[in-house]
Ligand binder design. Structure first.
Ligand code: NAP
Length: 297
């Protein structure tokens, strides 16, 4: 039996979202996966970010098994997933990795995600990367028919430029652009994507808020500068480096939803703790300065 999504009026992404990209590496059995989801929910993290390709196309099913085991959890959460990347793998022997936002592929992947996640509806589906061959009219028709069929409640994109976002948004309403932003990766501050999100009042989702772990483990000059600066600020504020990184993202006026990447509940707790921290502009800019390696012009 597919699990039931929450009623539509209940859709609001939690301020911090949990990402499942790495779930296959966590090596949790089904009861441990259920417990992990329950603990995330207890922290107020009710939105879970997936993609069809995560874990070599297996991540959604690992989560879906847990939902099958504890179906009542489904009504307490929002499921976000993505499609549109054809990633080479043993079961998918494509000649090369490429993007595909065609009607047939999006429909097939959405239907596969519904089966994997053992649910009757996906709360939000994102086109993972911009497909240069995407026909906006055709894709919007596919969005509309999958919505009419009750399979997907709402749509968005990820890693799309402002122009790519505007094109699709003109054909079908989008609710978010999921972007990379961290103290180590600041392109979204300058490329217009966050300005567009603010202008449209559509809160962005933020991936790799800790630079995929480079904030802690990186030994390149930028990582060393940023870690040094952030450790000093975190010590002064009495918070952890993780909390400071999330607070740095949450300080942006586009009201972003950062996505955690860790399988450790303690690290999710540190991320949520950032909701109680408001960084001074000077601290925010000190991290910007350390990242760029030069003062503001
Ligand atoms: P991240 O938070 O930047 O990185 C998570 C990694 O950092 C994990 O390997 C984690 O290891 C490590 N880490 C965390 N705290 C640490 C510490 N104190 N010391 C050492 N290592 C530490 O997030 P991410 O996983 O790269 O991305 C988050 C989510 O964003 C993904 O799950 C996915 O949902 C989404 N995403 C989307 C896109 C896209 O194109 N739309 C791309 C990438 C990711 P532990 O597990 O050991 O804590």
């Amino acid at each position: 039996m597919p699990t039931q999504a929450p009623p539509d009026h209940a859709f609001e992404m939690s301020p911090v979202v949990a990402g499942l990209w790495r779930i296959a590496d966590w090596e949790l059995d089904v009861p441990a996966r259920v417990r992990w989801i329950e603990q995330a929910l207890e922290l107020g993290i009710t939105s879970f970010d997936h993609a069809d390709i995560y874990g070599d196309y297996r991540a959604e099913s690992l989560f879906g098994e847990a939902l099958q085991h504890a179906p009542a959890l489904r009504r307490r959460m929002q499921l976000v997933t993505k499609c549109g990347i054809r990633l080479r793998s043993a079961q998918r022997p494509y000649r090369l990795n490429h993007y595909d936002a065609s009607a047939d592929y999006v429909r097939a992947q959405v239907e596969q995600s519904l089966r994997n996640l053992r649910t009757e509806q996906l709360d939000l589906v994102l086109i993972h990367r911009p497909d240069y061959l995407m026909d906006a009219t055709v894709l919007a028709d596919t969005f509309a028919s999958l919505t009419r069929e009750g399979k997907v409640a709402r749509w968005g994109v990820s890693n799309h430029t402002t122009g790519q976002f505007a094109l699709l948004h003109a054909h079908h309403p989008l609710v978010t652009n999921q972007l990379e932003l961290s103290p180590l990766h600041m392109q979204a501050l300058d490329d217009g994507t966050l300005d567009q999100a603010q202008q449209l009042g559509l809160r962005p989702m933020i991936w790799s808020p800790l630079g995929g772990g480079r904030l802690f483990a990186g030994d390149d000059p930028q990582a060393l500068r940023v870690r040094g600066e952030m450790e000093a600020i975190a010590a002064r504020l009495g918070i952890s480096l993780t909390t400071l990184a999330f607070a740095w993202i949450l300080r942006h006026p586009s009201r972003p939803h950062p996505i955690t990447g860790s399988g450790r509940i303690e690290r999710l707790r540190e991320a949520v703790a950032a909701l109680d921290v408001t960084l001074e502009a000077e601290d925010w800019y000190a991290i910007w300065t350390a990242s760029k390696g030069h003062p503001v012009p």
